[in-house]
Design a protein around this ligand. Structure first.
Ligand code: FAD
Ligand code: NAD
Length: 474
């Protein structure tokens, strides 16, 4: 057993940021402790976020594909959904992955300490075991704060078991007849897709004038069209004015936009209006660590806080609140602690919304380019011209490249369509490696695959696409 009274690096929070940081710090030869309340590392992402939601989205996709196979002559009887088995399978997936992380911690000799951490000062942490059991103090040379985030709630809602956040929705305690999703962002659309596939009548209320604000509108458009078919109702530019518990559900009154003045009863409500950083770490005030107005811990390019011995990474250290950004920052913080000259300066943090179709983008977006008045050429390849998309019966997609008109470098990539989340990886590489549109066009892509659409979009830029006639504009 390592000496429990002091360590070189203590990582507080066992999510994808925290465990990535801890594992690399151990690989670099440092003595490391990782603190989290759960039995094994995993954090929000594995226990209550990315993984359970993607497991349920996979089930949703199977249901949708089985239903839509009727279009090409294959009909299945209506599915029987056993919510208990589905829930158990999702838990099994979580268990396998988190159990694996527990094993890897041991193999790397990372001391995994179950408990809640509080800072005593800039060199000491106090850890209280699960359920308040036992307290232990641990001295450290460096700490990495990786405490993540929690769901934001709307003010003024009644206390009701019918109101869920993402964790409640992922618990899948039942499949309600009707569900109102408040917030048409990542969580609302992903989990709305799950419940719609399971047979729930899903309605979405979004206060802004489009779904997935932050994504380019042409990427959202194919998704919005499909959502119009699979969801019961989408109310844009609308807010919840009032919500009260009634005998058979929650009565909701809307204001503004498409839903103005409407009053509707829903069996359940999912509130998905964003997340807040978990930066209320006890004892933080005893250090020089600073937070911004929204509660994010302020860090420099190495992820060091204003307290030189303390780093912060992942959701608690700023947007975008994404697992892969957290892991990258975590590894970087460990390298910085090890004395390496590193800085967080990605050109392309991919964003993927795992809806049906998926929406993915990286690097510069058209919205950003317009805001910054930055000249870009946009080359689009519609999936209607993709052989692979036709064979999948899913031509509802588009791949676009944002290209610097002077240098012809790829600055950003956007993809909507089935599998866009996997396809965007090539875009990330292109942007990070400063690839030219010609590099993408001249790389032989396998046929017939959706990956070809990246090459085909690059060909569109040169006015020479084989599969679509788009002559270059002079
Ligand atoms: P977290 O994963 O939030 O982990 C923080 C950990 O710290 C938690 O275990 C917490 O209990 C612990 N902790 C907090 N305070 C203390 C303390 N004082 N002492 C000890 N431990 C403490 N991102 C993606 O990239 N892809 C997705 O598909 C995706 N899907 C998502 C789906 C849902 C429903 C949700 C809610 C989020 C999703 N996210 C997704 C976001 C992703 O989960 C987060 O960006 C990611 O988990 C952040 O990692 P983190 O390491 O910063 O912290
Ligand atoms: P979000 O920021 O993605 O979306 C919240 C939505 O709620 C926005 O569209 C916002 O305009 C809307 N909204 C806010 N207040 C409202 C109100 N009063 N009435 C109606 N609409 C309102 O937040 P989220 O969906 O809660 O997800 C939180 C974060 O978790 C995401 O931003 C993302 O960082 C992460 N996440 C990522 C993934 C993924 O990578 N696939 C999946 C889930 C969550």
């Amino acid at each position: 057993m390592p000496d429990s009274s002091s360590t070189q690096v203590v990582v507080i929070g066992g999510g994808p940021g925290g465990y990535a940081a801890a594992f690399l710090a151990a690989d670099l030869g440092m003595k490391v402790a990782l603190v989290d309340e759960e039995v094994n590392p995993g954090g929000v992402c594995l226990y209550r976020g990315c993984i359970p939601s993607k497991a349920l989205l996979h089930a949703a996709r199977v249901l949708t594909e089985a239903r839509e196979a009727a279009r090409f002559g294959i009909e299945f009887p209506p599915p029987k959904i056993d919510a208990n088995r589905l829930r158990a399978w999702k838990e099994e997936v979580i268990g396998k992955l988190t159990g694996g992380l527990g094993q890897i911690s041991k193999q790397r000799h990372v001391e995994y300490i179950r408990g809640r951490a509080a800072l005593v000062d800039a060199r000491t942490v106090s850890i209280t075991g699960p359920g308040g059991a036992g307290e232990r103090q641990l001295g450290f040379e460096h700490a990495i704060l990786a405490t993540g985030s929690f769901p934001a709630m709307l003010p003024g809602l009644p206390k009701s078991p019918r109101i869920m956040d993402s964790t409640g929705a992922l618990d899948l305690t039942d499949v309600p007849k009707t569900l109102l999703v408040v917030g048409g962002g990542y969580i609302g659309l992903e989990l709305g897709t799950v419940y719609a596939a399971l047979g729930t009548q899903v309605s979405v209320v979004e206060m802004l004038d489009g779904l997935l604000p932050g994504a380019d509108r042409d990427l959202v458009s194919p998704l919005a069209k499909r959502i119009d078919q699979i969801f019961h109702d989408v109310m844009l530019s609308t807010k919840v004015a009032e919500m009260k518990e009634v005998r058979n559900g929650l009565e909701v009154k809307f204001e503004g936009g498409a839903g103005d003045g409407r009053v509707q009863v829903y069996e359940k409500v999912l509130v998905s209006v964003g997340r807040k950083p978990s930066s209320a770490i006890p004892g933080l005030e005893k250090t020089r660590v600073q937070k911004d107005a929204r509660g994010f811990i302020q860090v420099d390019p190495q992820r060091r806080t204003a307290e030189p011995s303390i780093f912060a990474i992942g959701d608690v250290a700023g947007e975008p609140m994404l697992a892969h950004k957290a892991s990258h920052e975590g590894r970087l913080a460990s390298e910085a602690i090890h004395g390496q000259k590193v800085a967080f300066e990605p050109r392309a943090i991919p964003a993927v919304v795992f809806t049906d179709p998926e929406v993915a983008w990286c690097g510069l977006t058209e919205t950003q380019a317009a805001q910054e008045k930055r000249p870009v050429k946009v080359a689009r390849f519609p999936w209607g011209a993709s052989g692979r998309a036709a064979t999948l019966d899913r031509t509802d997609g588009v791949t676009k490249l944002l290209i610097d008109p002077e240098t012809e470098r790829v600055l950003g990539v956007g993809i909507t369509g089935v599998g866009a989340g996997d396809l965007i990886a090539e875009g990330v590489l292109a942007v990070e490696m400063s690839a030219l549109a010609a590099d993408v066009a001249l790389s032989i892509h396998p046929h017939p695959t959706l990956s070809e659409t990246l090459m085909q979009a690059a060909e569109v830029f040169y006015g020479t696409a084989t599969d679509i006639y788009r002559p270059k504009k002079s």
